[in-house]
Design a protein around this ligand. Structure first.
Ligand code: ADP
Length: 720
């Protein structure tokens, strides 16, 4: 009997075996329909084999689907990623099929010039229309626009049989990028980096790079040149550019369109279902060279992936903590290895993990020096709040206010950075001291004045602000404590009533379109003071911006997880790096209560190496990543006794292992989320320990009851 292993979309650790009916041919990657109980599921074949005299009765594969098979290397990647993250491989496979589950876009109706047919009356408009069309096919409306003629002219040509209507499947619609459309004049540094990356691609072997250079040093320009060289050498090469946030994609897409004369494909949660389907089909057919996307684009079934670029590689948004738990940057490196491709991790503040790999010689380290052109890095100064504190219920210190006034007087722009949405992070009762918390989650409610609601930022729960304290009943006693961006904007407006102020956060810019509108308004100088969370700290160019005020530089340092210092350093470097990008020098002022903190000292001195040295030394002593490895197990349940029981069973079942410790189980810092109690265990291992093997052996010993959810997080970024 012939047997095929099939990945099905279920939370199981293995592929299921099915009988392969006579006459049916499948291979690795073939998409099939299989029965499972009463259901029919779409599955992906991983392997086939002959068996003799099995006594198991297997069900048979029902049908081979018309949809194209996943490329073998995509299947290799899925299986590898599932093993590494201890995720169900069938659910990983679903990530690669995502675009396919959307409805197909309707074919586009376009007009085409019938060869050899000329109009009986060649009026100037008709001649112009035919000249604009050439040998292409275009939607009639686009042609009318391109030729500057009325739609009646096109209709006349159609009626006369000079033009004909053709239906074009949308898959054909990604125009190939043109490498020499609008090349930039690069600095010698940029040329050297681009050449190295392109040579990496040409080697046809796994070639990882760190592209390291301060904000504005021209990294993007350099990697676009590597893209151009790659496409010039291999016109059917596919290239994937990953960005941490949707808000960044539009600007890059426009830059690519200007550089290559063709719009790249876009892939993230904001893309419409028919467009996703179109991208998916074009990618698997090898008819799309360039994809710009969020981390999930990693799972697209590329036919010929040659180069992966991970921009802002240090960004924690590449880590997905819910559902399938994976790190987009790390898996990009894995995918490149499996594809035999080049991968470039670009950042002004590379993660410690990446720096460590570069130091070890695992990644080739490309450095870009000064900022491009005349722009210089901003001066960074610390404002010691102990010496110059802001007034009561104010957040902007006298030195920052003075610098703002001077900047605005020169008609330049100010960015006030505070990584906190809403008006106030805490609401307190003046009468009894009660702090308002969410009903089903261990988190304080945040006051939002724009919407007049109290919001839980973890779950999205919200309620109107009550008039009376829910604890003591006192009326009008609830007061906001501490600042969020809305409150800082209020203060800035009252200080500078003439200035045009705006807020940039996920509340005011919830999607790519609104984010882009705000970014464009800021870039065009239509905003004088932008108060922003981290959403605006990344990657944007604001030529008129010369002052960045960091309202609370201590904020990120307080949380105290493994990467608190690293993240703070990166975020503040990115935020302060916004200033002085064009020809005007910038200034960044960091308000702090602890100016002696090493992170802030390193920032003020502009000394990244000093920070990295200090932080690496601490991690090395504790044998924490990148020197050691971590994995977290999170248990959650509404059923507290079942949760306790499972946690105790897990604790009893820990396999013996050397150079590895298990901490916990302990109540999670966020002990209650959406009504579920949470417990955590943390595993620390030396680098050479088979951590995944240990976890698999451990979990095989314990049966987790249905009412308890277990999440395994290899290399956790969240410790809550
Ligand atoms: P990074 O990605 O390192 O932040 P970018 O590539 O975005 O830097 O470059 C910063 C700015 O400098 C951009 O406005 C870019 O267009 C410009 N720039 C970079 N390199 C060049 C170049 N060789 N010629 C002209 N402008 C450049």
């Amino acid at each position: 009997m012939r047997v095929a292993s099939v990945l099905v979309p279920l939370p199981v650790a293995e592929a299921f075996d099915y009988e392969l009916p006579d006459g049916m041919t499948v291979g690795r990657g073939t998409q099939v329909t299989v029965p499972l109980g009463p259901r029919r599921l779409r599955g992906v074949v991983t392997e086939t084999r002959e068996t003799t005299g099995s006594n198991r009765r297997l069900k048979a594969i029902e049908a081979v689907l018309d949809d194209p098979p996943l490329p073998e290397r995509t299947v290799d990647f899925i299986e590898w990623a599932a093993r590494w993250t201890l995720s169900p491989p069938g659910e990983m496979a679903q990530m690669a099929l995502k675009g396919l589950r959307n409805p197909a876009p309707r074919p586009e109706r376009r007009v085409r010039h019938l060869p050899g047919r000329d109009p009986a009356r060649p009026t100037p408009s008709r001649t112009a229309a035919l000249a604009a069309l050439g040998e292409r096919s275009l939607p009639a409306a686009d042609l009318a626009r391109a030729a500057g003629v009325s739609s009646g002219v096109i209709k006349g040509l159609l009626d006369e049989g000079v033009l004909e209507v053709v239906e074009v499947s949308a898959v054909a619609a990604f125009d190939p990028p043109r490498p020499d459309h609008a090349p930039a004049r690069l600095s010698p540094d940029q040329v050297a980096a681009a050449a190295a990356m392109a040579d990496g691609v040409a080697s046809r072997a796994f070639a990882p790079f760190l592209l390291d250079g301060v904000t504005g040093s021209g990294k993007t320009e350099a990697y676009l040149e590597a893209v151009a060289r790659t496409l010039a050498a291999e016109p059917d090469a596919q290239i994937l550019i990953l960005l941490p946030e949707i808000a960044l994609t539009q600007a890059l897409i426009e830059r690519i369109a200007a550089r290559f004369g063709a719009t790249p494909a876009e892939w993230h949660s904001g893309v419409s279902p028919p467009s996703r389907r179109k991208v998916w089909e074009a990618v698997i057919a090898g008819r799309c060279n360039l994809v710009v996307g969020a981390r999930s684009a990693l799972f697209l079934p590329f036919a010929n992936l040659r180069l992966l670029l991970v921009d802002e590689e240090h960004d924690a948004s590449f880590k997905q903590d819910e559902g399938l738990v994976y790190h987009g940057r790390d898996l990009a490196v894995v995918r490149a290895r499996i594809e035999g491709a080049a991968v470039v991790l670009a950042s002004a503040t590379p993660s410690l993990a990446t720096l460590w790999n570069a130091r070890q010689g695992r990644y080739r380290w490309l450095r870009l020096g000064a900022r491009h052109g005349t722009a210089v890095l901003p001066d960074v100064a610390l404002v010691d709040l102990r010496e110059t504190p802001p007034g009561r219920d104010q957040w902007l210190s006298p030195p920052l206010r003075k610098a703002m006034a001077e900047t605005l007087a020169r008609s330049e722009q100010v960015l006030l950075f505070l990584n906190r949405r809403g008006y106030a992070p805490v609401v307190l009762c003046r009468a009894c001291g009660h702090r308002l918390t969410a009903p089903d989650t261990d988190s304080w409610l945040v006051e939002h004045r724009y919407t007049g609601r109290l919001v839980c930022h973890l779950t999205g729960f919200s309620m109107p602000k009550p008039r009376a304290c829910p604890a003591c009943g006192a009326e009008d006693s609830l007061v906001p404590v501490g600042p969020g961006v809305e409150r800082v904007e209020e203060e800035a407006k009252s200080l500078f009533p003439e200035a045009r102020a705006a807020i940039f956060s996920s509340d005011t810019a919830p999607d790519g379109r609104t984010a882009r509108a705000l970014i464009e308004a800021m870039a065009a100088g239509e905003i004088d003071i932008l108060v922003a969370t981290q959403a605006a700290a990344k990657g944007h160019n604001f030529p008129g911006l010369t002052l960045v005020g960091v309202v609370d530089a201590d904020l990120g340092l307080r949380g105290g997880d493994l990467r608190a210092a690293e993240r703070t350093f990166q975020l503040l470097t990115q935020a302060t790096g916004r200033a002085g990008r064009a020809d005007r020098p910038g200034l960044a002022l960091l308000q702090t209560w602890t100016p002696e903190h090493p992170v802030l000292q390193a920032l003020a001195a502009g000394d990244r190496d000093a920070f990295v040295e200090a932080e690496m030394a601490e991690r090395e002593i504790a044998v924490l990543p990148p020197f050691g490895r971590l994995a977290a197990l999170v248990l959650s349940s509404e059923n507290v006794p079942a949760l306790e029981r499972t946690a105790a069973e897990l604790a009893k079942a820990i396999p013996n292992a050397e150079r590895l410790e298990v901490y916990g189980p302990a109540d999670a810092p966020l002990a209650l989320v959406r009504g579920r109690r949470r417990k955590r265990l943390l595993v620390r291992a030396d680098r050479d320990v088979d951590l995944q093997g240990f976890l698999r052996a451990w979990l095989a010993r314990v049966k987790v009851t249905a009412s308890v959810r277990l999440t395994v997080d290899v290399d956790p970024y969240s410790f809550l």
